[in-house]
Every structure is written in structure tokens, then in C-alpha cells.
Write a protein that binds this ligand. Structure first.
Ligand code: UDP
Length: 157
């Protein structure tokens, strides 16, 4: 083991959202991610409980679509992952494309796989602070691995 924590700015957090239509594309989505230069630092499939989804999406609590987001995000398993790359948050937001897939650019994950804003296939953190918080929401430092295969101890983030 080494004793370095992953540094903010070097990683982002993603989820492949629930649904049969997404499950059948998990392999291709992960290929797009790794081909874009992201290294998978952590990954697991997990079904969120309602309380967890409410906490994860609490910044949307006053939006009319909040309950639908929580219902959808708890409707089946998600694939959660921490992705490592220089400039990870910004580059990953570029790779996933606009929230509304109709506005997403060619070559983005949402353009290729998403049918609508409320089922837009993937989540990606929108800031380094949120990436750190969201990664810790799902993964302990013992579940995050550097490129040499060692896990992190977790201080200094
Ligand atoms: N969302 C929705 N309806 C809307 C806007 C957003 O269902 O009108 C959902 C959508 O799944 C989106 C999530 O809420 O991915 C979070 O919204 P945000 O604005 O943070 O977009 P994102 O960061 O995911 O692009």
C-alpha cells in the first residue's frame, strides 16, 4: 500500500444509471470511457436505497422532477465508478455531453445512448469538490486503487 490520497482534480465520479436499455450498453459505455483516457480507480454495481438517492440528489430537492429522479435511480442497479485522468471532471462532462441528449454533441455518451433528459444514461460530477464527495459516498479509500494496484489510505484529500 502507499499512503497517498487521490488528489482533487485527478478524478471524477460516474454512475451508469438503471434500466435494461442501459444495462445492455454497459460494456460499450465503459469502452468509450477507457478509450477517452480515463483509468478506472474503483467500480461496483449497487442498487441505491431511497434515502441514499435522496441524499445524493439533495441539490435537486426543490425541483419538480426530484421525486421522479429518486424513483428512477432506485429502480434497479447502477454501475458506480471513480475515473482517473488529468482534468477529469471537465473532460468527463465533455465525454458524457449535455443533460438533454438532444443538445449533446456527436461522439458523446448521451448523444449515442440517451433517449431523454430524465433517462440520460450517465451521471458525471460537476466539480472537483462534488467528485470527491460523491466518490466517498460510494467507495472507501480501501476500494480505490492507484495505477500500481495499491489502495489509498485516505488522508489529505
Ligand atoms: N433531470 C430531469 N429533468 C430535468 C433536469 C434534470 O429528470 O428537467 C435529471 C437528469 O437525469 C439529470 C439529473 O436530473 O441527469 C441531474 O440534473 P443536472 O442538472 O445536475 O444534470 P447533469 O449534471 O446530470 O447533466
Amino acid at each position: 500500500m502507499n499512503n497517498y490520497a487521490p488528489k482533487k482534480g485527478t478524478f471524477t465520479f460516474t454512475m451508469i444509471k438503471p434500466g435494461e436499455e442501459n444495462q445492455e450498453n454497459i460494456g460499450e459505455i465503459l469502452t468509450m470511457i477507457t478509450e477517452a483516457g480515463f483509468r478506472i480507480q474503483s467500480m461496483k454495481m449497487i442498487r441505491l436505497r431511497t434515502k441514499q438517492a435522496e441524499i445524493f440528489y439533495r441539490h435537486l430537492a426543490d425541483k419538480p422532477f426530484f421525486n421522479d429522479v429518486v424513483k428512477y435511480m432506485t429502480s434497479g442497479p447502477v454501475v458506480a465508478a471513480v475515473l482517473e485522468k488529468d482534468n477529469a471532471v471537465v473532460d468527463y462532462r465533455k465525454l458524457i455531453g449535455a443533460t438533454n441528449p438532444e443538445e449533446a454533441e456527436e461522439g458523446t455518451i448521451r448523444k449515442r445512448f440517451a433517449k431523454s433528459t430524465d433517462r440520460n444514461v450517465v451521471h458525471g460530477s460537476d466539480s472537483d469538490d462534488n467528485a470527491a464527495e460523491e466518490a466517498s459516498f460510494f467507495f472507501s479509500m480501501g476500494e480505490r486503487f492507484n495505477s500500481k494496484g495499491f489502495c489509498f489510505f485516505g488522508w489529505g484529500q
